[in-house]
Structures are given as structure tokens and as C-alpha cells.
Design a protein around this ligand. Structure first.
Ligand SMILES: Nc1ncnc2c1ncn2[C@@H]1O[C@H](COP(=O)(O)OP(=O)(O)OP(=O)(O)O)[C@@H](O)[C@H]1O
Length: 789
């Protein structure tokens, strides 16, 4: 098949490299301010010239004579330049030059895009010339109005076109200008007239009816307000992309050369790709890259001052030489008891533990040391000793011994560290410090999900807060959204304040932080729908992951009219997973497993914490999909095995001492500490700033039971059934949230009553996001219905 590629013609224009013309920001500000002041000077000089031109003109021939005085506010310079532009030039229309200079100054000063500026100048100069001729035409007597240019051009035109011809030409040029600059069409003019006429007649009507009804203006106001709200809603940060470009088709006619009688065949080739590419390039040129943060462009990230430095000595570690020596001697002596001689010993002091790396004498088998692990720990008689034999990749044996005085790792120190500040990660989390006192930062997007376990009081909640704080310090509200599940109801409540900035929720729910297990099931299923939707978008955009998708969207290569939008990362945090599994079991496990298996590419990441890392909570399927794990201190070796697949977590010392693995080696870390008042301050700081109108909405999910016919025994009805029915009938609105509010009920109970009302025929079936239909008109009808039962 004949395929022809468009060959780009080499441009005949001379090409300038852009950088040779580019100015540095400093030069732009200087040039910009010069132009602004110069334009203002012109403006003052021109204005002053209008009043003093006659007096000043006589002095223009003696400019070099310092004795001669001019009336112009800008003296000789003002008089000369004004005379040049106004009298010898374009008349009063020359004011355009002053304005154009000021506008140009602002463009440089604010580093704005130059393209509209060229348009300003083009149209500005054209209008100036037109005005000059126009004034020259009507005010021939006043030389100042049209200037010499206006006068001469007018004279010239009248010689050739005559009086009437010149008027017609001027009128024609005016129409050309209006149509090309303001896209004015006859319909638009007629519509504008019609609208004014309608407005006037409406005003007339409302003023005559205002005395009759008092309610009308109130409603009008409300309506107006609503209208205003709609129009003044922050401009959706969606790039303006015109209709999908039609593929350009090229026709090639093929005719057999040997046989001239052969039927000619037309081959059409489409050049869709290039057009789209050009379109996105043009859009980027015109509007710049799409900026997802535009809607909250004044958003300020929380400052470091909101965090406390929990250490008096500024986070540094104090090395206690005596303690080091003492521990070294104990290790050497203990090993000697088991006939293990040491060739070399080295200590690395961390915030909570010190690592003693030993190299045994030649000939000593590592397995011997390994088998003596417990005995060595016992001889050293300290809590939290962990023996690593050998340290992977090093060929030494490590013995971690807790420091007598642990140093707290404050969140402030890890957030301020260059490692976190310069981290080029999608979702950077500053977890704490390693044993060699280095800040440890990992990317949640790479993990891609995190499992966290630890007995009660060992630092899980602090760990979760540290993760959330890291993300709040590094990501704009447009880039990440959290779904927080907190069955304990107290741990994550502080994050309520940032609901409209950072949280995601189901559309019909009031609270964004989920404390109710039924809602968790709905949210998880909704998240699965979001996942499927996102996969569809990725497929449509022909990209493999969210990062590529967002890059393509920012480059304006994806059309929002086709459903494309900027996709924020979604982080689901479940604080007490054991509790969920115990109450909801499979209903929770299935969507969690599905998300864990599939959600990595589309930017949904899960962080699951549990107190009880038993096998019925962390099942095989969940474990398989959570390669990254954090273990705080647990109570038994079995628990340690369940979470880490090896022991060690049972030997930790608590208070944020943790082991982290991403599938291979175990890393001992001291978790960064962030206190509740600090989290409170951060959320307060964010919460008090301008927010989105609502939390990020997840897709609607209608529970499985919806739509099924219900058969509920009359005797099993809730005590508040009758009262609830009355509330619903009076309000004529069949929603569970109404019952929750009016009767102060929990979500579950309100939902149950609604089901009973459906069975009794008071309300209709579930209708997705809409409230159910109320089938009874009034209380009398309700009484009749219930008495007939
Ligand atoms: N990283 C840390 N550095 C210093 N102290 C810590 C750290 N993490 C926790 N602690 C101490 O441990 C206490 C308990 O921590 P936390 O509330 O996080 O425990 P938890 O595991 O969430 O307990 P629960 O499961 O009962 O909620 C904190 O009040 C704090 O004093």
C-alpha cells in the first residue's frame, strides 16, 4: 500500500537560536522597569504637550540653548519627543505608543509570555494609524488631533478616493478590525441587543411585582448567588483543548502505467499523529504546561517551625566512650568463653543501638556463632540484642547492643535533611535514621504497598504519623489524596482538618475518615472501581503507569473532553487491620488483595498496620503482595516470623525501634518521632488555607444488597421504625443520612431502618447516588399503611 510521509520543507527563514535572544531574569526586571518608567514619562510628556504645545514649539529650534525654558513637565526632552510623536507623527493617537511601552515593560518585568505582546503591538500600531487618519479627516483644522501623518494620509486618500470614498474606506477598516480582533459577528450584535431588551423588560416586571410578593426577590437573590457560585467556581484546572482534531487525510491516485485502461485506485492515508502532536505543542506554547496545582496556587507547604526538635543537643548523638569500651570487653569475654577469638572489632553508634561488627579469627565457623546466638545474648544480658551472622555482603558478624541513653530522632531533623529535601521520589517517606545515623528515605510508590506490625505501645501510630507527615511536607494537595481508616476512632482524627485538601471519600458520606467497618467495605470496592477506571484511562492514553500518564497530560496530549484528567496518587491507610478482618473477613480481604495485586501502576498504594500479626490476619495472599514491611517490637518470635519471615522483631526495644525490609535484607531503623501536638499544628496550618470545595470524590459504589427484594419480619423492626418512617414521610426524602442526623443514629442502624422501610413499602428501592423515592404522601397515608399490616 502506498504510504506517504509528510516531508518537512527546510525553512527558508534565517533561524535564531532562542538562547541567544533570551534574557536572564535579572535583566528582564531591569529592562521591564525601564520600559514602564519610560512609558510613564511619555504619557506625562504627551499629556503636558497637549496644553503647552503652542508655547513649546517655538523653543524646539533652540534645544541646545540652556537658557530657553519649556513648559512641558518633562522639559526639553518632553517637548521634543511629544512634538515628534504627536505633531509630526500620529496626533493624539500617539498616546498608544506610551501605553504599548508600559505594557511591554510589564511583560518583561513579570516574565510573561511574549506571544500576546506581539499581538498588542501589531493591533496597537494599526489602531493608532487608523485613528490618526480618522482625526485627520474630521479635524483638519486642529493639527494636533491627527498629526502630520493623519493629515498627509487623509489628503492623499481624498485626492484619489474623494470625501465619500475615504469615509467608506475608514468604515470598512473599522469593521475588519472589529471582526478580526473581537470576533464580532452580526449574530453576536443582535443577541447582545436582544439580551439588553430582555433584561430591561425583566427589570421592569420584577420592579412592578416586588410590591406584590416578598418571597420573589429572596429566591432571585439565592438563584443569582447560585449562578454566581457556578460561574465563579475556581476555573477547573483542565487545559483548554479544542475538539479532537480530525485526521488529515491525503489522497494518492494510483494508476497502472502499463495498462492505461486500468481502473484508478484512490488510497487515503491519515496523518493523525502529527496533527495531535502539533496541537499539543501549540497548546503548550500558548498556555504553558498544564499545572495541576493551579487551583490552589497559593497553597503553602507546612513550615519546619511547626515541628519540634525533641533533642536538647540538636539531634546529634552523644558517644559514651566508657559504655563502648565496656560493651566491647563484654562481647570479647563472652565469645572467649565459647572459644571464639576475635581478630578485629568495630563499633558504629546509632541513635538507639550500637552495632559492633566483629571479624572472628580464621578457622572459626559462622554457624558456630549463629548457634550460640541466644547464649551470647544472655551473657550480654541486655534487652534488644540482635545478632546478625553474617552481615549480608560484608563478611562480618554484627551484634546490635542498645545504648544506655537512646537519642530521639525528631521528625524535624529528618524532614530538614538534604536527603529528604532533595529526594526525587514520587511519594517520599522519611522513616527515621539508620544505625549509622543516616536519614532513611524511601519511595512508597516503589514499594508499592506497606505492611506495618507491632505490639501495642511500640510506636505504630507514631510511625503512621511520620509517614503521613513526610507526604504532607513533600506533596501538594493536587498530587496525593489519603483514605484514612481508623477503627480505633482516635488515632487519625486530627487529619479531619485537611479533609478538603488531602482526603478522599465516597460521595454520599459526611466524614472522610472512616471509622465504621461497613463503610470500609464500600470504600474498598469503590477504590477497585477507581482502579479499573484509571486502567481504562491509561489504556486509552497508551501509557504504562500513572507517572507517564500525568506527564502526557501535563504536556496537553490528552483531551479532558475524553474523560482524561490529572490523576493524584491515592494512599489508603488502615490503622487496625486485625479489627477489620475479624469483623468483615473475606469482604475486606478480597478487595485489599485485588488492589494490592493490581494498583501499583495506577498510583493507589496501601499502608496497612496491625497489632496482631497472626496468620489469620496477615494471610498468605496479603503477605505475597506486600513485599515492604515494617516491624516494631512484637511479643513473640512467631509474630516476628509472620511479619518479617524471620525473627528479630521480638528482640527490638520498642519506642520506635524497628526493622524494615523491602523483600531482601533487614534494616534496623529508629523511627522518627512526631508528637500529636505537632501533627495538630501541621493539620491546622494546612486546614486554615484555601481548600477545594469538597474532599476528592471516589466513584459511587452501591452495596451488593441493593436492589434485592427484602423480606423483613414486622416483629424484627427497629424500635425507632415508626419515628423514622414519620421523619422520612414529613421530609419526603428517603435517605439514611437524614435519619442519622434527625434521630442521632449510627450509619448501620440507619441503613437497617431504611431497609425495613423499603420492605414496608414506605420508600422505594436503592437508586445509586439519589435519595430513595418516598412512596407515602403524608402521615395519614403512613398510618393507613402501617395499620393495614
Ligand atoms: N519513634 C519514637 N521515638 C521515641 N518514642 C517513641 C517513638 N514511637 C513511639 N514512641 C513512644 O511510644 C509511645 C507509644 O507509641 P504509639 O502510640 O505509636 O504506640 P502504638 O504502637 O500505636 O500503640 P497502640 O497500638 O496501642 O496505639 C509514644 O507515646 C512514645 O512515647
Amino acid at each position: 500500500m502506498a504510504k506517504r510521509k509528510a516531508v518537512k520543507k527546510p525553512s527558508s527563514k534565517p533561524s535564531f537560536s532562542k538562547s541567544s535572544l533570551a534574557l536572564s531574569p535579572k535583566s528582564k526586571v531591569i529592562l521591564g522597569s525601564f520600559l514602564i518608567f519610560f512609558g510613564l514619562a511619555l504619557l506625562i510628556a504627551f499629556a503636558s504637550f497637549l496644553f503647552n504645545w503652542q508655547a513649546d514649539q517655538s523653543t524646539l529650534t533652540q534645544l541646545e540653548n540652556r537658557e530657553v525654558e519649556t513648559q512641558n513637565l518633562l522639559s526639553k526632552f518632553g517637548a521634543a519627543i511629544s512634538n515628534f510623536f504627536i505633531f509630526d507623527g500620529f496626533g493624539v493617537a500617539a498616546f498608544a505608543i506610551a501605553f504599548l511601552t508600559i505594557i511591554t515593560g510589564f511583560y518583561f518585568f513579570l516574565s510573561l509570555k511574549k506571544k500576546p505582546l506581539f499581538q498588542f503591538w501589531f493591533w496597537g500600531l494599526l489602531v493608532m494609524t487608523w485613528l490618526s487618519v480618522f482625526f485627520g479627516f474630521f479635524a483638519e483644522q486642529n493639527a494636533l488631533l491627527g498629526g502630520t501623518v493623519g493629515f498627509e494620509m487623509n489628503d492623499y486618500l481624498q485626492d484619489y478616493l474623494g470625501f465619500t470614498g475615504t469615509i467608506l474606506l475608514l468604515a470598512f477598516l473599522l469593521i475588519v478590525y472589529m471582526v478580526s480582533r473581537f470576533r464580532l459577528t452580526p449574530e453576536k450584535v443582535i443577541n447582545a441587543f436582544r439580551k439588553t431588551k430582555d433584561d430591561i423588560s425583566e427589570d421592569f416586571k420584577s420592579s412592578s411585582s416586588s410590591s406584590v410578593s416578598e418571597e420573589t426577590p429572596v429566591r432571585t437573590n439565592a438563584e443569582e448567588k447560585k449562578k454566581e457560585e457556578i460561574t465563579s467556581k475556581p476555573v477547573a484546572p483542565a487545559p483548554e483543548i479544542p475538539k479532537t482534531p480530525q485526521p488529515v487525510t491525503e489522497k494518492v491516485v494510483i494508476q497502472s502505467q502499463e495498462d492505461p485502461d486500468d481502473v484508478a485506485m484512490e488510497v487515503e492515508t491519515a496523518q493523525e499523529e502529527e496533527v495531535e502532536d502539533n496541537l499539543s505543542k501549540k497548546l503548550v506554547e500558548d498556555y504553558g504546561e498544564f499545572d495541576p496545582t493551579l487551583e490552589l496556587k497559593n497553597y503553602q507547604f507546612p513550615t519546619l517551625e511547626l515541628l519540634k526538635d525533641h533533642n536538647a543537643n540538636g539531634g546529634g548523638i552523644t558517644i559514651n566512650q566508657e559504655e563502648l569500651e565496656e560493651n566491647k570487653n563484654r562481647i570479647v569475654d563472652t565469645l572467649k568463653n565459647y572459644k571464639i577469638d576475635i581478630a578485629q572489632i568495630k563499633a558504629t553508634v546509632g541513635p538507639t543501638v550500637t552495632l559492633y561488627e566483629i571479624i572472628p579469627e580464621a578457622g572459626i565457623r559462622i554457624s558456630k556463632i549463629k548457634s550460640l546466638e541466644d547464649d551470647i545474648a544472655l551473657s550480654l544480658s541486655a534487652l534488644g540484642i540482635r545478632i546478625i551472622a553474617p552481615i549480608p555482603g560484608k563478611g562480618t558478624i554484627g551484634i546490635e547492643v542498645p545504648n544506655k541513653n537512646a537519642t530521639m530522632v525528631s521528625m524535624r531533623s529528618v524532614i530538614a535533611s538534604p536527603k529528604f529535601q532533595n529526594a526525587e521520589m514520587e511519594l517520599p517517606m522519611a522513616l527515621g535514621k539508620t544505625i549509622s545515623n543516616e536519614t532513611f528515605v524511601v519511595d512508597l510508590a516503589k514499594m508499592p504497598h506497606l505492611l506495618m506490625a507491632g505490639a501495642t505501645g511500640q510506636g505504630k501510630s507514631v510511625g503512621l504519623n511520620a509517614i503521613l507527615t513526610s507526604l504532607l511536607y513533600s506533596k501538594h494537595p493536587a498530587e496525593v489524596k489519603f483514605i484514612l481508616v481508623d477503627p480505633k476512632k482516635v488515632e487519625l482524627t486530627l487529619f479531619n482538618k485537611i479533609e478538603r485538601h488531602y482526603l478522599a471519600k465516597l460521595p454520599d458520606t459526611e466524614e472522610a475518615i472512616i471509622t465504621d467497618n461497613t463503610k470500609v467495605i464500600n470504600t474498598l470496592n469503590s477504590l477497585c472501581i477507581e482502579m479499573d477506571n484509571r486502567y481504562e484511562l491509561l489504556k486509552d492514553a497508551m501509557v504504562r503507569n500513572i507517572k507517564e500518564y500525568n506527564t502526557k497530560f501535563k504536556a496537553r496530549k490528552l483531551n479532558p473532553e475524553n474523560g482524561h484528567k490529572f490523576l493524584p496518587y491515592i494512599v489508603l491507610v488502615v490503622d487496625e487491620f486485625a479489627d477489620l478482618i475479624m469483623t468483615a473477613g473475606k469482604e475486606v480481604e478480597t478487595p485489599i488483595a485485588r488492589l494490592a495485586q493490581l494498583a501499583r501502576a495506577i498510583g493507589i498504594h496501601l499502608i496497612i498496620a496491625t497489632q496482631r500479626p497472626s496468620v489469620n490476619v496477615i494471610t498468605g495472599i496479603i503477605k505475597a503482595n506486600f513485599p515492604a514491611r515494617i516491624a516494631f517490637r512484637v511479643t513473640s518470635k512467631i509474630d516476628s516470623r509472620t511479619i518479617l519471615d524471620s525473627q528479630g522483631a521480638d528482640q527490638l526495644i520498642g519506642k520506635g525501634d524497628m526493622l524494615f525490609t523491602q523483600g531482601n535484607t533487614l534494616l534496623r531503623l529508629q523511627c522518627a518521632f512526631v508528637d500529636t501536638p505537632e501533627v495538630d499544628k501541621i493539620t491546622e496550618f494546612i486546614g486554615s488555607q484555601k481548600a477545594y470545595s469538597d474532599a476528592y470524590h471516589l466513584p459511587e459504589y452501591s452495596g451488593e444488597e441493593s436492589g434485592t427484594s427484602l423480606d423483613i419480619d414486622v416483629g424484627d423492626r427497629d424500635n425507632l421504625f415508626r419515628e423514622a418512617a414519620e421523619v422520612i414521610v414529613i421530609a419526603q426524602q428517603g435517605s439514611a443520612s437524614l435519619l442519622q442526623r434527625k434521630l442521632k443514629l449510627g450509619y448501620n442502624r440507619a441503613g437497617r431502618i431504611i431497609d425495613q422501610l423499603e420492605a414496608a413499602g414506605v420508600v422505594g428501592p436503592f437508586e445509586g447516588s439519589k435519595a430513595r423515592q418516598v412512596l407515602v404522601q403524608d402521615i395519614e397515608g403512613l398510618n393507613q399503611l402501617l395499620n393495614d399490616e
